[in-house]
Design a protein around this ligand. Structure first.
Ligand code: C5J
Length: 225
């Protein structure tokens, strides 16, 4: 029940019941967006992610004004690394001093509670918003997120975050398989690889929206106005 908003989306208009829709902010963390964290240890230019922050903040403002649920995810491992499989620890072929759990310029890399693991101030959570620590790329793996959303009657998800083709796309695919209607907000997500971002957007909305819809922040703002 309640208002239903309609977005001018691709591949066709997307309708969402505002009070049953959550905005999911994937991994807008210093570890990915600032120098000295996980993203940079993997050899990436982290400045490439920053263009998505102002649109993501605008989307947050619109969602907060509409009284929508906001979920922030953080790629974060327990300090004892018991949730870090060897496959993930060793991936990247990095020396031990650059791996997940090692001491970096912003604290231990990708470890919960460390300064680098925080969400960047531009899109920081406010009281009442959910924060979900996730050990994998997908937001539904080993987090209980599905049960939390079900308990709150959420059926539709608007995705933002970094990086588009890794944690955002994985989470959106997980959500799609669980029956959520999903939309990716195209200017509120970024990748270290612009071509991968473009490809992910194309993949999601191809074949009649096989994984979901796409639209930009202005289209969501217009739908909520
Ligand atoms: C990555 C993420 N890229 N949040 N994590 O390793 O997309």
């Amino acid at each position: 029940a309640g208002p239903v908003a309609e977005v001018a989306a691709e591949p066709y208009p997307f309708q969402f019941p505002v009070q049953h829709t959550a905005v999911v902010m994937i991994d807008f963390q210093r570890d990915f967006c600032e120098p000295g964290g996980f993203g940079e240890t993997l050899g990436n230019d982290v400045s490439l992610l920053r263009a998505s922050l102002p649109p993501a903040k605008r989307l947050l403002d619109a969602a907060r004004k509409a009284g929508m649920l906001v979920v922030h995810t953080l790629e974060a491992h327990k300090p004892d690394l018991s949730d870090l499989p060897p496959s993930k620890m060793l991936r990247g072929n990095l020396p031990p001093e650059l791996r997940i759990g090692a001491a970096g310029d912003m604290g231990r890399i990708l470890v919960a509670g460390e300064p680098g693991n925080d969400i960047v101030p531009e899109v920081a959570p406010v009281k009442g918003e959910l924060q979900v620590h996730k050990p994998g790329k997908g937001a539904f793996w080993a987090t209980g997120l599905h049960e939390t959303l079900q308990a709150r009657g959420i059926t539709h998800l608007l995705f933002t975050g970094v990086t588009t083709e890794v944690c955002v796309q994985t989470s959106m695919r997980e959500a799609n398989d669980r029956g959520y209607e999903c939309l990716l907000v195209t200017d509120a997500t970024d990748s270290y690889f612009p071509a991968f971002k473009a490809a992910a957007i194309e993949m999601i909305r191809a074949q009649g929206g096989i994984v979901g819809w796409t639209a930009d922040t202005a289209a969501i703002e217009a739908a909520l106005a």
